[in-house]
Write a protein that binds this ligand. Structure first.
Ligand SMILES: [Zn+2]
Length: 161
């Protein structure tokens, strides 16, 4: 289910794999393991804060995903969990090279959403959707360019600046 691609850092692949199993250190997962937590509610919307919520179902994650999908020019359907996002990008489109880039972007987005969540929880720093989009774009852009040049991917998959 998880894409093992050398352009995606191993720590990101490992994180997404754990997230798909619900095994990242969300407050809900920690509470299930008997670790005392202040609250299992999402600090943004109040819903149960598990991995699927942080990375996919939270309205904040959905808004960031919308922005990223506009940037890529790829229409993403609504998702409720990490597994369905990974399944979608794994089979998306007809060009394996473009799919590879989309996977890179989506993995980078999930990693970013986790970093932003931790900034909010541990540094009480609330990040806006626009800031999140720009940060994810700048994080994945370099890797995307390398893949584009390496494989000489035509301009079909347009990533506007
Ligand atoms: Zn939420």
């Amino acid at each position: 289910m998880v894409s093992w691609r050398k352009e995606i850092p191993i720590k990101v692949i490992g994180f997404v794999w754990k997230a798909a199993q619900g095994r990242i250190a969300s407050d809900a997962a920690l509470s299930c393991r008997g670790v005392p937590v202040t609250s299992t509610a999402c600090g943004r919307c109040g819903c149960l804060e598990d991995a699927d919520h942080i990375l996919v179902a939270c309205p904040f994650a959905a808004q960031v995903r919308d922005q990223i999908s506009q940037w890529c020019g790829v229409r993403l359907p609504p998702f409720n969990d990490v597994k369905s996002v990974l399944e979608f990008v794994k089979h998306w489109g007809r060009c394996p090279k473009q799919r590879r880039i989309l996977n890179l972007v989506i993995y980078g987005m999930m990693w970013g959403l986790w970093i932003f969540r931790n900034e909010r929880v541990f540094k009480t720093r609330n990040i806006s959707v626009d800031w999140a989009r720009d940060d994810i774009r700048s994080t994945v852009c370099f890797s995307v360019l390398i893949v584009v040049f390496y494989f000489r991917i035509p301009d079909v998959f347009v990533l506007p600046p």
